[in-house]
Design a protein around this ligand. Structure first.
Ligand SMILES: Nc1ncnc2c1ncn2[C@@H]1O[C@H](COP(=O)(O)OP(=O)(O)OP(=O)(O)O)[C@@H](O)[C@H]1O
Ligand SMILES: [Mg+2]
Length: 247
């Protein structure tokens, strides 16, 4: 079943002298429980698409539908809860003056109400970290630990969709692998869907069910991992795959 759908999404940015069309009519579907990868060269509009979905930016044209109902740019609290973003730079995504536990508690109370319980033990276990680390400030953690707590913060509000923008690119290879397997395991266990934006086609192949490939603000190809990465139809995808993966 379709959980989130984008129809004809356009985003134009205006600066003093020029105009950039970051998205030129993007259609996509995210199904219930799946992880959808988004690949494409730098500047192809991947982050812009996530910003529109998260409600951080308004589309110039086009519609987003969550469970068939149109999403307005001004989101309800419930819609904010339903779609949670995880960013590339995890330490910067936390308030430096709050401990991790305070940050997660603040997010849970604002989106699920003051009476919602925050179980620090369960949340830290969920991301395979000792609970005492939650009393630290972001600067007192490694990038990989911070990213796991960013995932815990997102999962703590019980979202339907995780929006992940290059969440492993700032990490070393072993932390990357841990984050990927954690994300994949949590999505399967909690039946949470995700949109996973990455330059790393190997990571996309590893954890995603389907993938869409973007170029200059349009989707050039989409399908299952088998269809798109193992047997690309478009030249652009083939070149992208060949440049990244030795196949
Ligand atoms: N706030 C903005 N104002 C003007 N132009 C912007 C803005 N944000 C993005 N753009 C432009 O929109 C285009 C798409 O940018 P976007 O950040 O979505 O690309 P991306 O695919 O995420 O790239 P990367 O892989 O480098 O992160 C680029 O040409 C970018 O310069
Ligand atoms: Mg980006």
């Amino acid at each position: 079943m379709t959980l989130l759908e984008g129809k004809g999404l356009v985003k134009r940015y205006h600066s003093q002298k020029s105009e950039v069309e970051a998205l030129c009519g993007v259609d996509f579907r995210l199904r219930e429980g799946e992880i959808l990868g988004v690949a494409g060269e730098s500047g192809s509009g991947k982050s812009t698409l996530l910003k529109l979905i998260a409600g951080l930016e308004a589309p110039t044209a086009g519609t987003l539908l969550l469970r068939g109902l149109p999403l307005r740019h001004r989101r309800t609290k419930e819609e904010y809860r339903s779609m949670q973003m995880v960013f590339q730079n995890a330490p910067a995504s936390f308030n430096p003056r709050r401990t991790i536990l305070d940050a997660i508690t603040g997010s849970v109370h604002s989106l699920r109400g003051k009476s919602a319980k925050v179980d620090a033990g369960a949340l830290s276990a969920m991301v395979n970290l000792p609970p005492e680390l939650m009393n630290r400030y972001p600067r007192q953690l490694s990038g990989g630990q911070c990213q796991r707590f960013a995932i815990a913060r997102a999962m703590a509000v019980q979202p339907d969709i995780l929006l992940c923008d290059e969440i492993t690119s700032a990490l070393d290879v072993s932390s990357q692998a841990q984050i990927l397997s954690l994300l994949s395991k949590l999505c399967r266990e909690k039946h949470t869907s995700a949109i996973f934006v990455s330059h790393d086609l190997a990571a996309i192949r590893c954890i995603c069910d389907r993938v869409m490939v973007m170029r200059e603000g349009v989707v050039v190809e989409q399908g299952t991992i088998g269809q798109v990465i193992s047997a690309p139809k478009e030249d652009y995808t083939r070149r992208l795959v060949e440049s990244v993966l030795q196949i």
